[in-house]
Design a protein around this ligand. Sequence first.
Ligand SMILES: [Zn+2]
Length: 93
Amino acid sequence: MSSAERRAARAALVKRDGDGCANCGASGTRRVDAGYGRIEERSILELDHRLPIVDAPHLAKDLSNLQLLCFDCHKAKTMAERSARASSGRGLL
Ligand SMILES: [Zn+2]
């Protein structure tokens, strides 16, 4: 997705689901290290594909397959997907 598409999807999701994590309801910002000594304040909410793109590439831009997750939930989900993929033998390694 282009950054314009991500922005549009994000706005549509906030409208549909509200401005919070779809899993735990968290919202707000966090400080991240943007490199070169710069600290940026960013939303903790990240765009997540309910079904990972690798499993459902045709749903990559489908709003029904998108949700906003906070940084922590997104990380946990990605880790779970990765280990599920590894144990199913479909991974690259
Ligand atoms: Zn969350």
